[in-house]
Design a protein around this ligand. Structure first.
Ligand SMILES: Nc1ncnc2c1ncn2[C@@H]1O[C@H](COP(=O)(O)OP(=O)(O)OP(=O)(O)O)[C@@H](O)[C@H]1O
Ligand SMILES: [Mg+2]
Length: 250
């Protein structure tokens, strides 16, 4: 269970301070997925960095299972907006990195890695370095790393943005398969309305900067088989687009 209470974040520089998030309240059940949509600059990445324990200077409280965020104690998988790969490590080493930091045995991970490489279309690229991969391939390496960790909380910042439409849909399905198997609590930031409706049990619309929660939607279509082809799916996407427009023009 994730509980965010009255969270506000202000960035301080020498002569200036800038309110990035204003009084965010949000609760997520264990195993739930949540898609966050908000205009550029409204504080989405800031919110994920707070949950990942990277930003520690904030007002309010943020708890995972009634404990304050402590990445050393909790297993938090974070895919930052720029993928977060280490340029001096090859694909295989990058994938193993998160699990290695957590002290998980590398032998047991080998089978999982083989499967992930297959599912994410990375086979044959194990020895390449990030600088030798396309943006979409780097994104898939970041996904493999996060999935391998089997985190208690998975945070993904626009994780599929660099993928072409078909690959994006395939990898959304890979994510859902991993999620079904492990019921990982997940928060993902996305600019795609369809992606939010496909992957979010909860959909949260943030306002323009400084980000506040303007709407929370319980998504009745989450997890419905073959939902992308349902008329209900198109209709909900249409409604959501309309709502987003209203919220952002306030
Ligand atoms: N380290 C920082 N110092 C000062 N201001 C910052 C810092 N990081 C982000 N900001 C500002 O805080 C606001 C929120 O940034 P953030 O990266 O969270 O937005 P975002 O919603 O993720 O945007 P995008 O959709 O473009 O990725 C922006 O106006 C940004 O310029
Ligand atoms: Mg961002």
């Amino acid at each position: 269970m994730i509980k965010i209470n009255n969270l506000s974040v202000t960035y301080q520089s020498l002569e200036d301070c800038y309110a990035a998030l204003d009084n965010i309240n949000l609760e997520l059940e264990a195993g739930e997925t949540c898609a966050i949509i908000g205009p550029s600059g409204c504080g989405k990445s800031t919110l994920l960095k707070v949950l990942a324990g990277i930003i520690t200077n904030f007002d309010g409280t943020v708890e995972i299972n009634d404990q304050p965020i402590r990445p050393s104690k909790q297993r938090i998988g974070f895919i930052p907006q720029n993928y977060g790969l280490l340029p001096w490590k090859n694909v295989d080493e990058n994938i193993r990195l998160g699990a290695k930091i957590k002290g998980l045995s590398s032998a047991s991970g080998t089978e999982d890695i083989a499967l992930l490489l297959e599912e994410l279309g990375l086979k044959g690229l194990e020895r390449r370095y990030p600088g030798e991969l396309s943006g979409g391939q780097q994104q898939r390496v970041a996904l493999a790393r996060a999935f391998l960790l089997k985190p208690d909380l998975l945070l993904m910042d626009e994780p599929f943005s660099a993928l072409d439409a078909m690959t994006r849909e395939e990898i959304q399905d890979v994510f859902l398969a991993v999620w079904r198997e492990h019921a990982v609590s997940t928060i993902l930031v996305t600019h795609h309305v369809e992606e939010a409706v496909y992957l979010g049990r909860k959909i949260v619309i943030l306002s323009v900067s400084p980000g506040t929660v303007s709407t929370i939607i319980d998504n009745p279509l989450f997890g419905v088989e073959d939902v992308r082809n349902h008329e209900d799916f198109f209709q909900l996407c249409r409604q959501l687009r309309k709502k987003i427009k209203e919220d952002w023009s306030k």
